[in-house]
Design a protein around this ligand. Structure first.
Ligand code: ZN
Ligand code: ZN
Length: 766
């Protein structure tokens, strides 16, 4: 070995901090008999290693291959070096700060080893709500900056006791450099407060369970914000929560002890139980069983899907443990349990998620009957992620906790760009090198608080990534808060601005995550987004090529009587269809329960305040209105979701013969809409609509882009499972590949990635 001794300096980049990477390197070096040191710095992990050339090579190789479970290694580079230290052994040295090129890890559910300690009555962490180690626990939500060290986390103010210190210092320990390490003696404390903020004397966990069982609403501090919880089996409690939260029909997510506890409510396909237990713990939409609505009344009314999430914080596990009467050991974790909790984000009035303790008492006053909280601060607000499984794998509806701040790998490296997203379900995106960082879900930019959170998130992402953008990309809509913010930001920093058409951005987001370059045909089926001609687009067939696109075709426009109001009131879209069918005289009678019915009829006749739109989303609304499924929506996308659920229940049906026309690239669904206007069964109508739409879209693509073998599907309508399944089968049968959004939500939550992609292509083309 002494024959050929070398000294190398090695750099590892990626998610390599706060994930037990240094102790892993330490153990590896010891095993291979190497000397040197390892440290964190702002670029990732730096290693200096000395020893036999063969052993050093083996270490370099194993750095990526055997990395700890939470690490994501992007690159390992090694170069010859002059020894900086001459120690014999291998040591872990202090972190070095500076310009950041690494990233904080994402939050992860408490691991099996930690659970075993929490449920061992003889362990010092018995029932400890803050148990974590290098393999699990909070990261992004408790960290202010990089490198990831305790002083930059919300554990900064808690001094570790001797035993915790010893764990933290011992490289063999699972808690070696676990920056959030603590125990009941030295860590944060749990407490239970009443509605007025007075401390209740009970054991906080036992007290909270008792209140939940009594039908009370308890605000519970989570990782990225508070949840509002109640007993999901208690119809009165669920209705009370809806009333107090002023959330009429929107589905709630239910938290259950484990996958087997979900069996009475939902059907799970292959792989779905495994998705529920992912360490990132997204809420997963699963297909309801017939008895679900009776067992969980009012939780997800009218929908074929139920959102299910398993516990991920130690505190959430403690609630289920308490309900199971505090069993010892981990055996109970697999057993089905009755406790079902509604766990909805505490974001009253559509404002951002509540994160602070006093903020909770104030903003949730009148909503929560009690507060289960603690004194470990939430630094970064981050909502739960929501996903579903499709035949192609996991698909995001909302990307948040567990997936932020994970990078989406791009096929090339470029200058940094900032993309500010659209209006609904806003997210922002910043790129660095060949990585695109999509922010957590921010919300709809319709109130000052969410707009503030939007600006905060831009600042935080730029700071964490330590980049200065070369360009700012935004939506074409001049009145979006995001657009106005982009304009101001770019002016202040003298940066170029780039407006990206909404549906172009939708398509580009899918191209970006799949790394597809070159001209591609894309179908963008969405709500309304402003077009390059100033019109209200939303059902577009595009050819996207780099920073450019061409509009190959669009859906035959329908009038929006009353403008924006028509986007919330499906009966208006139904009236618009009747007018177009020459049956305008039916409007007043059919929609007699709507006070504006005759005014809308007049608007349509006179062409007043009725701008045209080619939006696919508005056609879903029109159908829901024609079939009498929903007249006025209580949340965005409700009509389409109900329609999908009905079609799902009805099952297969043949498409309507001659249900559509294609003229000069335009897809006209009027024949189908005419049939639906006289359809008496909402279920049959919903199924017929979906089946015919699938056939029509397929025909449309083949007519407008004949011979095309790859088609990108993007926009909010691509969350519709019945539509997706139909298109996938139909395209597949002809050898056409449908490329779908996976890591990026297909709805407006993914638009920022597309804007960033277009901006990058724009810069590269210069
Ligand atoms: Zn752990
Ligand atoms: Zn301690």
């Amino acid at each position: 070995m002494s024959e050929n001794r070398v000294c190398r300096n090695i750099r590892v980049s990626g998610v390599v901090q706060g994930v037990g990477f240094r102790p892993f390197v330490w153990r590896l070096a010891k095993e291979l008999g190497l000397a040197g040191w390892v440290r964190n710095d702002s670029r990732g992990v730096e290693i200096e290693v000395r020893g036999g050339a063969e052993q050093v090579d083996r270490l370099v190789q194993r750095l990526a291959e055997d990395a700890p479970p939470l690490a994501r290694v992007n690159s390992v580079t090694a170069r010859e070096a002059v020894p900086g230290h001459d120690n014999d052994g291998f040591v872990i040295v202090d972190s070095r700060g500076g310009r950041a090129a690494t990233m904080i890890g994402h939050d992860t559910a408490v691991c099996r080893d930690c659970l075993a300690e929490m449920f061992d009555p003889g362990n010092r962490r018995w029932r400890c709500a803050f148990t974590n180690c290098t393999n699990c626990g909070p990261r992004y939500t408790i960290t202010r900056g990089v490198p990831y060290d305790r002083v930059r986390t919300s554990l900064k103010h808690f001094t570790m006791c001797q035993r915790c210190q010893a764990e933290y210092r011992r490289p063999e320990d699972r808690r070696f450099h676990a920056e959030a390490n603590c125990c009941p003696k030295c860590g944060p404390q749990l407490f239970l407060l009443d509605a007025e903020g007075h401390r209740l004397p009970d054991d906080p966990v036992a007290g909270a369970i008792q209140l939940l069982r009594q039908g009370k609403i308890v605000a519970i501090k989570g990782l990225g914000g508070f949840h509002l919880a109640c007993d999901a089996r208690n119809a009165v409690a669920v209705a009370l929560l809806r009333e107090r939260k002023q959330r009429d029909d929107k589905p709630f997510v239910v938290m259950l002890a484990n996958a087997s506890s979900a069996t009475p409510f939902v059907q799970m396909g292959v792989g779905e139980p495994g998705l529920l237990t992912l360490p990132t713990r997204p809420a997963i939409l699963l297909r309801k069983r017939s008895g679900c609505d009776a067992a969980l009344p009012g939780v997800a009314p009218g929908l074929a899907w139920l959102g299910v999430m398993l516990p991920y914080t130690p505190l959430q596990f403690l609630l289920f443990h308490e309900a199971a009467k505090r069993p010892a050991g981990v055996g109970w974790l697999e057993r089905a349990q009755d406790l079902a909790l509604v766990m909805t984000s505490a974001n009253p009035g559509g404002e951002p998620l509540v994160v602070g303790n006093s903020e909770a008492l104030l903003r949730l006053y009148g909503i929560a009957d009690a507060f289960l909280m603690h004194d470990r601060d939430i630094v970064t607000r981050c909502d739960d992620s929501v996903a579903r499984i499709t035949s192609g794998g996991l698909q995001f509806i909302r990307r948040g906790r567990g997936y932020t701040p994970r990078a989406i790998r791009l096929p090339f490296s470029g200058p940094s760009v900032l993309a500010v997203g659209a209006w609904f379900k806003n997210t922002v995106c910043v790129t660095r090198g060949d990585e695109a960082f999509l922010s957590q879900h921010i919300g709809d930019l319709d109130n000052a608080a969410v707009c503030g959170f939007h600006e905060e998130t831009v600042a935080q992402l730029l700071k964490l990534l330590s980049v200065e953008p070369a360009i700012v990309a935004h939506d074409l809509h001049p009145d979006f808060h995001s657009t106005r913010f982009a304009t101001g930001f770019a002016q202040q920093r003298r940066l170029p601005l780039l407006g990206v058409q909404h549906h172009h951005a939708h398509a580009a987001a899918v191209l970006a995550e799949h790394g597809i370059q070159g001209a591609t045909v894309a179908m963008s089926l969405d709500g309304v987004g402003i077009g390059t001609d100033g019109g209200a687009w939303g059902g577009e067939l595009l050819c996207v090529d780099g920073e450019r696109f061409e509009r190959l075709g669009y859906l035959m426009p329908l009038a929006l009587p009353g403008g924006d109001r028509a986007a919330h009131e499906p009966w208006r879209m139904a009236a618009s269809v009747l007018h177009k069918l020459g049956r305008g005289e039916e409007i007043v009678e059919r929609f007699a329960d709507q006070s504006a019915a005759s005014a809308v009829a007049q608007m349509l006749t006179g062409g007043i305040n009725s701008p045209p739109t080619s939006s696919m989303g508005r056609i879903f609304d029109a159908v829901a209105g024609l079939l009498g499924i929903k007249s006025v929506m209580l949340y965005e996308g409700q009509a389409a979701m109900l329609l999908e659920s009905l079609a799902q229940r009805y099952g297969d049906i043949l498409p309507l013969d001659q249900g559509w026309r294609i003229e000069r690239g335009c897809l006209d669904l009027l024949p189908l809409l005419r049939a639906l206007a006289d359809e008496r069964s909402p279920e049959r109508g919903a199924a017929l609509f979906h089946a015919t739409l699938v056939a029509a879209l397929d025909d449309w693509v083949r007519t407008v882009a004949p011979g095309e073998k790859t088609v990108v599907g993007s926009g909010g309508c691509f969350l519709n499972q019945v539509l997706m399944r139909g298109l996938r089968n139909r395209f597949g049968a002809q050898g056409v590949r449908l490329i779908e959004a996976r890591h990026v939500p297909p709805n407006d939550g993914g638009v920022a990635v597309g804007q960033a992609w277009v901006a990058l292509q724009h810069l590269m083309a210069r």
